[in-house]
Design a protein around this ligand. Structure first.
Ligand SMILES: Nc1nc2c(c(=O)[nH]1)N[C@H]1C(S)=C(S)[C@@H](COP(=O)(O)OP(=O)(O)OC[C@H]3O[C@@H](n4cnc5c(=O)[nH]c(N)nc54)[C@H](O)[C@@H]3O)O[C@H]1N2
Ligand SMILES: Nc1nc2c(c(=O)[nH]1)N[C@H]1C(S)=C(S)[C@@H](COP(=O)(O)OP(=O)(O)OC[C@H]3O[C@@H](n4cnc5c(=O)[nH]c(N)nc54)[C@H](O)[C@@H]3O)O[C@H]1N2
Ligand code: SF4
Ligand SMILES: [Mo]
Length: 669
């Protein structure tokens, strides 16, 4: 039998899948040819998803720790015993330390609305600490909102009408292959495509123009371009007058110090290139800027987005189909998610812990101290910044850690109790996307592997174990999905809602226009935003500038993994090879380092060993390591996040995973 499903991973494409099932096993995964975005092709990671689902490494039974923390020594126990142990430990902790000493930690192992949010009602009722889930791109969202307010994103399908597409800090060839394909299609029709990145990514190799900047310097590029546009009159004065506030102040107070000659050294581009980019941008009829996550994970990330957002505001690009700025879709209002998250279950507001500062929370928080950590669909031991601090916390003997996982991840290795989780083929859910306006419901298509349970079913068991009588926790995940789809709304009419109920992929439409009226407090595009501590777009420093290490590290993504997911797949690991550090020949020569040598990469947070790859793919001054590996691949017992910090973005409390300074030296033998 062949069933429809959806890719559950944290990828903007949210592909539609066709899963062939035989004898309760998935044997083949194909792209859904009738899916409006997927259009018949999926990435290499998911073409063999059955190898993940039926991997011999899948966890199939609850496990109880029998060795020291981190040793990976466990013994299987029953679900009854596991639930009973968790509940009784929490019932000891709560009277002594308070429920806020319990910290949930989850992110995006699955993007389905029900399974992803299953822990919220449970931990709200328990009175646990809450988690600020800000590891990904909150600075991008913040920057957009500071200028554009609640204006919805334009439909990225408009790319077909663009004559210039700028992939700005977006490695689309790796991270959003359907965006890449759409850009390539526009290119075939004559559009120019540029990529602005910090090194030659696979995306850079597939575009008309690759512009390589210094890490965290895009605001200098954007402000330099704006200065040229103003100086040369490449503006739409009528559009500015009717739609924009703050243009005069930007011109008077900021841009005089942003001449290309002044910006050149900051962003690492010749002044003439900045001029040329400004003129070409202004000359395009329908230029579309698509902003990725990369450039926002810095101490100035939100401000960078505000600077970039000024470009289509002053050029007037917003008026034309195919033009404007795309930072991702936000479809939060399309489904009544409060029916799942149940904030009303909280007796009162509880403490919020930033997920980027898990290391500090586990080691330093004393008010109250974190006594129990419950991790589900996330792998903080390797994906969270400042790995040394995180692992030190996970090693605490007095911390009771539960990890609900599909695999024995590095985080699971530190657990007192491990619970086996279902894969997306084993549970139902409702998916939406952050790269388009699609949505799709899917059913479970195979039975759970071993004794695996879904996030939702596990929280229902824990609720029962704690003796909670709420009927809420006696429902099935499908009941919750039915409630999310019970009523049509401004995003999806009755017909589309019915299609969704039937499991068909649909495209929704935001209830208001992406081209105004602008949903900001002033009703205009707010280049000046008085509610911000910096009311105007401006240059802000990155964190790494103040660090004393000379090279900027980019912990980029890999084509063959997704964050720390897919490390179970030998086929993909073979393609990825060992963890490496890409370095420019000049930087290697200055340190007397050669290709393939084992090097130590270090800074004030940690030190790791990597194999060196000397290449002109990276500019001098920048080094790159692609992909997050499980620690079994590491020569030094630590991964790339041993070098990243818990510092946050300027606004939005985001991670600053790319804002890193390091030094490189030959590894000690
Ligand atoms: N294959 C694959 N796909 C993925 C993921 C993965 O790990 N692997 N991760 C998924 C997730 S969770 C997310 S959030 C998205 C992220 O997808 P993207 O939005 O593409 O984000 P990143 O890959 O983090 O960064 C994009 C690019 O920005 C560049 N960059 C870094 N700093 C700067 C800068 O200062 N200026 C400029 N101009 N560029 C900069 C990086 O080198 C990178 O090539 O991808 C998702 N898809
Ligand atoms: N150095 C570096 N660090 C990064 C990044 C980077 O590019 N470089 N990317 C950052 C970004 S953008 C993000 S979004 C975060 C992502 O961080 P995470 O959201 O933690 O993502 P993953 O590493 O993919 O881990 C997800 C885990 O969930 C498990 N899982 C999958 N489905 C289920 C399920 O249904 N139930 C349960 N219980 N478990 C499930 C998977 O087996 C996997 O181990 O990482 C960040 N960290
Ligand atoms: S990871 Fe992204 S591109 Fe690959 S199948 Fe999933 S949604 Fe599609
Ligand atoms: Mo992310």
């Amino acid at each position: 039998m062949r069933y429809r499903s959806v890719c559950p991973y944290d990828c903007p494409d949210a592909c539609g899948l066709l899963v062939t099932v035989e004898n309760d096993r998935a044997i083949k995964i194909e792209a859904d040819p009738h899916h409006p975005i997927t259009q018949g092709f999926i990435c290499g990671k998911m073409r063999q998803y059955q190898q993940t689902v039926h991997s011999p490494q899948r966890l199939t039974r609850p496990l109880l720790r029998t060795g020291p923390k981190g040793s990976g020594r466990f013994t299987p126990i029953s679900w009854d015993e596991a639930v009973q142990r968790i509940c009784s430990r929490w019932q000891e902790i709560i009277p002594q330390y308070g429920a806020e000493s319990i910290l949930p930690y989850s992110y995006a192992g699955t993007m389905g609305l029900v399974q992803r949010n299953s822990g919220h009602p449970f931990f709200h009722k328990l009175g646990a600490s809450r988690l600020a889930r800000t590891i990904c791109t909150p600075a991008k969202d913040y920057g957009w909102k500071a200028v554009m307010g609640d204006t919805p994103a334009l439909d990225p399908a408009e790319r077909s009408k663009s004559d210039l597409i700028i992939l700005w800090g977006l490695n689309a060839a790796a991270t959003s292959i359907h965006s890449m394909a759409a850009s390539q299609a526009a290119r075939k029709q004559g559009a120019q495509v540029w990529a602005i990145d910090t090194y030659q990514t696979p995306t850079c190799q597939a575009v008309d123009r690759a512009i390589i900047v210094k890490p965290g310097s895009d605001s200098a590029l954007a402000l330099g371009m704006l200065q040229v546009m103003v100086a040369e009159g490449l503006l739409d004065q009528a559009f500015i007058r009717d739609n924009v506030i703050g243009f005069e102040e930007l011109c008077g107070q900021v841009l005089p110090d942003c001449r290309p000659e002044q910006m050149a050294a900051i962003c690492g581009l010749p002044a003439d290139t900045i001029r040329d980019l400004a003129r070409a941008y202004a000359a395009a009829k329908a230029p579309l800027i698509q902003v990725g996550g990369g450039l926002t994970r810095y101490g100035n990330g939100a401000m960078t987005v505000r600077c970039i957002a000024a470009l289509p505001a002053v050029s007037g690009a917003w008026q034309r189909p195919g033009a404007g700025l795309f930072c991702g879709t936000s479809t939060g209002a399309a489904f009544p998610l409060q029916l799942v998250t149940r904030e009303d279950f909280m007796a009162g507001p509880t403490r919020i812990v930033n997920m980027n500062q898990l290391g500090a929370a586990l080691n330093n928080l004393n008010d109250p101290k974190v006594m129990s950590l419950y991790v589900y669909h996330s792998n903080p031991a390797v994906i969270a910044p400042d790995q040394n601090a995180v692992i030190k916390g996970l090693e605490r003997e007095d911390l009771f850690t539960v990890v609900h996982e599909r695999f024995m991840t590095d985080t699971a290795r530190y657990a007192d109790l491990v619970l086996p989780a279902t894969s997306s083929l084993e549970h139902p859910d409702l998916y939406r996307s952050y790269g388009s306006y699609q949505a799709q419901r899917c059913s479970r298509v195979i039975p759970p592997v071993g004794e695996a349970k879904s996030n939702w079913d596990t929280f229902c068991l824990l609720a029962e174990g704690l003796g909670w009588g709420e009927p809420f926790f006696r429902q099935s995940a499908d009941d919750l999905i039915d409630q999310l789809l019970a009523e049509p709304n401004g995003w999806r009419d009755a017909a589309i809602t019915e299609q969704l109920r039937q499991g068909e992929p649909v495209l929704m439409t935001p209830p208001t226009s992406p081209r105004g009226p602008w949903l900001t407090p002033s009703g205009k595009i707010e280049l000046r935003n008085e509610r911000e501590s910096q009311p105007l777009p401006c240059l802000l420093p990155t964190h790494a500038e103040a660090d004393r290490f000379p090279l900027r590290l980019q912990p980029g993504v890999s084509l063959y993994s997704l964050n720390s997911s897919f490390n179970e797949r030998d086929d993909l690991l073979q393609k990825r090879g060992e963890p490496t550090l890409l370095i420019h020949p000049a930087d290697a020569a200055a340190r007397q380092l050669c290709d393939e040598q084992s090097v130590s990469v270090y800074n004030g947070f940690g030190s790791i060993e990597l194999a060196l790859q000397v290449t002109e793919q990276v500019p001098a001054g920048t080094v790159v390591s692609e992909g997050v590996y499980w620690l079994d691949r590491s020569q030094s017992g630590r991964g790339i996040n041993a070098l990243t910090s818990q510092r946050l973005t300027d606004c939005g409390e985001g991670s600053t995973l790319y804002d890193v300074a390091v030094e490189v030296a030959a590894a000690k033998k």
